[in-house]
Design a protein around this ligand. Structure first.
Ligand SMILES: [Zn+2]
Ligand SMILES: [Zn+2]
Length: 371
């Protein structure tokens, strides 16, 4: 909207019944709107807003919001998580899959996402999780099974852990198959300089899809809750599988997701709907989507072919903050806005050469990077 539209005098009387022309005008403006924004993306915002609205009005189902936020912060950036991150930041320097400068552009960008997670995403995630649990308990009270005395606590915890990982697999699969979810998940796949911090490179609103993983915990709530320490270990596994470390876990790599295994999921020349597992590879094996690492896949390039989403590696300067804003706004931009650009010709690689062979795409990226 231009500034002049605020100062233009109204074209006619204000209080008249809408005419056919006005109605046509409304239809046209809707069309104009959908050519400027990707409307389905707002459904995710609506789901998040309705959930949080219900959670807030029911006082989070009696849960202590501050205490819940503290435990989520412990999982995301608590001392143990930070130690795991630090260990793998060192490991990936010592035994890298791909040799890169210490301050590669992708590392700096993902550091911004780490800060975003520690500040804004923790309260948002807490509000979403408490609201979702409250809505599930209230609308489907029968899903909460009563206490099963014969089950030892550790069995219950193991069951929740495995089922939670299965739900994450399912949500991740949906992220790849449902277009509106892919538009939010795409950001995670755009990283060309993967590191342990890439775990934080996610759109804050994609967490709406991963609320599914709370269901096993809600179902078995009366039998025991997963200790925060176990969630920290889980978050640690998910973080270090993004590490640039050449590490396959040996025989354990058949069961647990290793960095070499997850890198195949981020492979530049796809298919990206393989190796969707979070901590366990069993779901991929069950649905014939497991591709185990080989000597050729370890050093594979990662990212999205043709760079449909602006990345910090494009352009002569990284422009971290404007790229961050553009990446967060991207799901709301019309499909094909940048994605309908000519495909990357066979044999050409991104960086430098990509800009040369795709002048139009490069110009669009510069355009986005300006604001
Ligand atoms: Zn994915
Ligand atoms: Zn990933």
């Amino acid at each position: 909207m231009s500034m002049s539209s605020f100062v233009d005098p109204p074209a006619g009387p204000l209080l008249v019944a809408p005419t056919a022309r006005d109605r046509r005008g409304a239809g046209e403006s809707r069309l104009a709107l959908s050519s400027r924004v990707y409307l389905p993306a707002f459904s995710i915002v609506a789901v998040a807003a309705v959930l949080i609205g219900i959670g807030w009005s029911s006082r989070w189902g009696g849960a202590d919001f501050a205490a819940s936020m503290t435990s989520l912060r412990v999982v995301v950036v608590g001392p143990i998580t930070l130690v795991i991150l630090a260990v793998f930041l060192v490991a990936e320097r010592m035994h890298p899959a791909q040799v890169r400068p210490l301050f590669a552009r992708g590392y700096r960008q993902d550091l911004l996402y780490t800060v975003l997670n520690a500040t804004l995403v923790v309260p948002l995630g807490t509000a979403l999780a408490l609201s979702f649990a409250e809505v599930a308990r209230r609308s489907l009270p029968w899903v909460v099974v009563p206490r099963i005395g014969v089950l030892p606590r550790w069995v219950v915890i193991a069951m929740i852990f495995v089922a939670m990982d299965g739900c994450n697999w399912l949500a991740h699969f949906a992220n790849h198959r449902v277009r509106v979810l892919w538009r939010f998940h795409e950001l995670h796949h755009s990283q060309e300089d993967m590191s342990v911090l890439t775990v934080f490179r996610t759109h804050p609103l994609i967490h709406v899809s991963y609320l599914l993983a709370l269901i096993p915990g809600i179902v078995l709530f009366a039998n025991g809750a997963v200790p925060t320490t176990l969630l920290v270990v889980y978050a640690g596994i998910v973080a270090f599988e993004h590490s640039n470390t050449n590490l396959g876990f040996g025989p354990l790599g058949r069961v647990f997701v290793s960095p070499n295994y997850h890198r195949i999921h981020h492979k530049l020349d796809g298919p990206q709907d393989v190796n969707l597992g979070f901590a366990l590879t069993i779901w991929d094996q069950l649905f014939h989507r497991a591709v185990f690492p080989t000597a050729q896949t370890i050093r594979t390039d990662t990212g999205l072919p043709g760079r449909p989403l602006i990345v910090e590696q494009a352009g002569s300067r990284p422009r971290h903050f404007s790229v961050l804003i553009a990446q967060l706004v991207a799901p709301f931009r019309p499909v094909g806005d940048v994605s309908n650009l000519p495909p990357v010709p066979e044999g050409t690689r991104r960086r430098g050469r990509w800009e040369e062979s795709n002048p139009r795409a490069a110009a669009e990226e510069r355009e986005v990077a300006r604001w």
